[in-house]
Design a binder for this molecule. Structure first.
Ligand SMILES: Cc1ncc(COP(=O)(O)O)c(C=O)c1O
Length: 359
């Protein structure tokens, strides 16, 4: 089959943008928007044009400081989505092979295919959605250039431990491959000094992230890659081909957000702790969905024991004005993804709708 790049599209993004909204919304995976009014910004803090060259130096520094890495290892990007794109584009050539976990965040697959990469898969374990090292070893070959995963995992919320990441790093090194870890949900561990896969071995691991999901700051589009200085330089050059210059007011606001991240994290954590408690209670009180409870994060990925999950999602929407993400967007059509990052009073009402639907 010949690949027609000009017809590339992302069915999941189209769902997220056009068909996921509802009065009761459990389809999102991020925390509720953090209001500008609470960021404590005045107009004099902002400017339209700035000295952005390869990133805005104070923002690059803020990212480097938070992760305790040299600033040469930081590449600022338009959200984690662009960070992922740069990480793929700078490490693999068209036709070369990458191994992507399954299930996965579908934009990673869509971007890899757009870049003309040969995508092979390795399956996470069904029983707990953890990475199966034996399965990864079976799938990897001398042709593998890159292993791609998310930690926390989207759609299941599963956490990959550092010891498993080290094993993955060793497998990659054994065949001369690198590992890209999308860590956009890892910020939901709310660590003051966050650990990243990149710290384990900067030559092997590349991590991607943003202020989007944990902090409710999607509109800033403040994403980044942590990579070795040589890889980082390649990414800056590739970024030059894709809308080279960021929105400077966004960069200024992002620097302010980094300075206030602890305050933002404390507020979002309090909301998420309560929302997760309510979600667990709702799941425990029913018998139609079976689930693996993730230790962290906003999402859970239950399996509908009987019937079609697509029909179930349609009925949630038509009869209960409630939206969740159908599992088919994550290659698991019998599952649904439920996310509880929004304001607690909204999540409470949405979970009440879910309980009614499952009754
Ligand atoms: C795993 C993962 N990576 C990246 C993104 C996109 O992040 P951003 O909005 O920062 O581009 C998402 C959004 O859903 C995601 O789930």
């Amino acid at each position: 089959m010949t690949f027609n790049r000009t017809l590339s599209r992302s069915p999941y993004m189209e769902f997220a943008k056009l068909r996921s909204s509802a009065t009761y919304n459990l389809a999102g995976s991020g925390m509720a928007a953090f209001p500008l009014a609470e960021l404590g910004v005045s107009i004099s803090d902002l400017e339209i044009n700035g000295p952005t060259i390869y990133g805005y130096a104070p923002l690059n520094k803020a990212i480097a400081k938070r992760y305790r890495v040299p600033v040469e290892c930081v590449v600022a990007a338009n959200g984690t989505a662009m960070a992922n794109y740069l990480a793929l584009a700078a490490t693999v050539n068209p036709g070369e092979e990458i191994l992507v976990e399954e299930p996965t965040y579908s934009l990673l697959l869509d971007a890899a295919r757009y870049l003309g990469l040969a995508v092979k898969r390795f399956r996470r374990r069904t029983e707990d959605f953890q990475i199966d090292i034996a399965e990864l070893k079976r799938a990897v070959s001398k042709s593998t250039k890159l292993i791609v995963l998310c930690n926390l995992h989207n759609p299941t919320g599963a956490t990959t431990s550092e010891s498993v990441l080290r094993e993955i790093g060793e497998i990659a090194k054994g065949v001369g491959a690198r590992v890209v870890v999308d860590e956009v949900y890892l910020e939901m561990l709310w660590q003051k000094e966050p650990r990243s896969a990149f710290h384990l071995d900067p030559q092997t691991f590349i991590s991607t992230n943003s202020l989007t999901k944990a902090y409710g700051l999607s509109g800033l589009r403040c994403g980044w890659v942590l990579a070795s200085p040589e890889q980082a330089e390649r990414m800056w050059h590739i970024n030059d081909l894709h809308g080279a210059t960021p929105v400077h007011p966004g960069e200024l606001l992002s620097v302010i957000a980094f300075a206030k991240l602890e305050m933002i994290a404390a507020k979002q954590k309090a909301v998420l702790d309560e929302n997760r408690r309510m979600l667990l209670e709702a799941l425990e009180s029913q018998s139609k969905l079976e689930y693996v409870w993730p230790q962290h994060g906003t999402v859970v990925f239950p399996r509908l024991k009987q019937g079609s999950a697509d029909d179930f999602c349609d009925r949630l929407r038509s009869d209960f004005d409630l939206s969740v993400v159908p599992g088919r967007f994550f290659e698991r059509p019998q599952h649904v993804r439920i996310g509880v990052g929004l304001a607690t009073q909204d999540v409470k009402k949405s979970l009440a709708q879910l309980r009614k639907a499952l009754a």
